[in-house]
Design a protein around this ligand. Sequence first.
Ligand SMILES: C[S@@+](CC[C@H](N)C(=O)[O-])C[C@H]1O[C@@H](n2cnc3c(N)ncnc32)[C@H](O)[C@@H]1O
Length: 231
Amino acid sequence: RGRRRPPEIDDRYVGSLAEAMLRGARASAPHLARLPLWRDRAHLADLAGGSGGYAILLCRMYPRLRATVYDRREMLEHTARAVADAGLDDRIALEPWELRGDPVPAGHDCALLSHVLHLLDASARAELLGRVRAALAEGDPVVVHDFLPGTAAGAPSPEEAASAIDWLANGSGFLPGPDEFGAEMATAGMSVRSVTPIAATRTAVVSAACTPGLPGRHSRPSGSAERKARR
Ligand SMILES: C[S@@+](CC[C@H](N)C(=O)[O-])C[C@H]1O[C@@H](n2cnc3c(N)ncnc32)[C@H](O)[C@@H]1O
């Protein structure tokens, strides 16, 4: 209908969203953390990482991993509490970041987009995926966790149907199946390696790797995120 709702929720509800995301991460994050790709990674970019549940679990499980959670400043106040409660202030940095325009800072060797792409329409998704790819080097992993219709066995649950209606209503249009989503990733310079449904949450974990850089892209960016995380 030509109308798009912005991805930010009203500031009054950010605290409730943060709490809900922490609970959601308890169910989903262990499935992501099981991927062997994290073992040799040094610095995760958790983009629109919310209250930090995924970064926290990954850092707990992989002692050599550090993370930076990027999100709105309003959300990061809540993230800071969760990170402090987990005793991980020294390994998880927080950076205010604008989903629809800010570059992904250099210095990362893996990225996570959990429940982020469904906030965006196809062109905004492509643009964000391009920024993610530009910040990483060939071979670096990108993990997407989201609703991916057609991945889970069986008929869509009532929650999936409701989500689909939400997305249609807010104009995000995020309804690609695994093949179409794989094509979006390929266009952005990432190749899907595996798609794993999580039965309990009716979501899917997509594990991808950056393909050879496009002309003009760096092979190994270095810079601000690396320096900030060391501070
Ligand atoms: C559905 S939550 C997902 C959070 C987390 N990745 C997870 O899976 O639990 C979407 C996140 O996007 C963030 N967000 C929404 N609009 C944003 C914007 N314009 N810039 C940065 N982050 C934004 C929200 O604050 C929220 O943390």
